[in-house]
Design a protein around this ligand. Structure first.
Ligand code: GTP
Ligand code: MG
Length: 201
């Protein structure tokens, strides 16, 4: 899919105030610093459409980006960020949960996990929660530039082993690097195909 336009539309903390049109949307979720905002910039060929930072906790709101004037990418705050206060964390959790539970336009979530780490309970629990709530998702492994191919394979296999304990099939997954533009075509084609199938329904 060719990205012809990518525009920031709005930020807010209330799902009720998100765009009212019925365009399909895809949301990026995962731990702070995993690379959600960087991936949005990579996919849209823009350096700073979504704000990124080396310090976790950069994205603090629900951010809608309109792509090719017919679908949205949604950048969300990270979960599991230790440095914000407990009360701030609760507010985050509340509106993130409300977003996933109530947003009818959400076609699929992308759960981002850093490929360098062993499977983390917080990510597995979040996937479980999505499954229990009937919210489709794919996994996006990020920062693949940081590992050699063999290590990438080993880390994916560790994920497969643990996910197959609770899931019937391995969820759909992508291997990406924002700095090396790995996985861009696969991800954009996946979204393009999903959007085309929606029109057939
Ligand atoms: P929050 O908004 O805080 O939840 O973080 P985020 O998930 O949006 O992460 P962000 O995109 O801001 O990136 C965090 C850090 O990781 C930045 O320093 C990025 O440059 C770096 N980073 C993101 N993607 C990649 C990647 O593919 N490879 C490498 N090497 N670094 C990356
Ligand atoms: Mg971010």
């Amino acid at each position: 899919m060719l990205i012809k336009s990518a525009e920031f539309v709005m930020s807010n903390s209330d799902v009720a105030k998100c765009p009212k049109d019925r365009l399909p949307e895809y949301a990026f979720i995962g731990r702070s610093n995993v690379g959600k905002s960087s991936l949005i910039n990579m996919l849209t060929n823009r350096k700073s459409l979504a704000k990124t930072s080396g310090r976790p906790g950069k994205t603090q709101l629900i951010n809608h980006f309109l792509i090719n004037k017919n679908w949205y990418l949604v950048d969300l705050p990270g979960y599991g960020y230790a440095r914000v206060s407990k009360s701030t964390k609760k507010v985050f959790q509340k509106f993130i949960t409300a977003y996933f539970a109530k947003r009818e336009q959400l076609i699929s979530a992308f759960v981002l996990v850093d490929i360098r780490h062993t499977p983390q309970p917080i990510d597995l629990e979040f996937m479980q929660w999505l499954g229990e709530n009937g919210i489709p998702f794919s996994i996006i492994f990020t920062k693949a530039d940081k590992l050699k191919p063999k290590a990438i394979e080993n880390h994916i296999n560790a994920y497969k082993d643990i996910l197959m304990e609770t899931w019937e099939d391995m969820p759909n997954y992508f291997i990406t690097s924002s700095s090396k533009e790995i996985g861009k075509e696969e991800l954009l084609n996946y979204i393009d195909n999903t959007n085309s199938n929606l029109k057939l329904d």
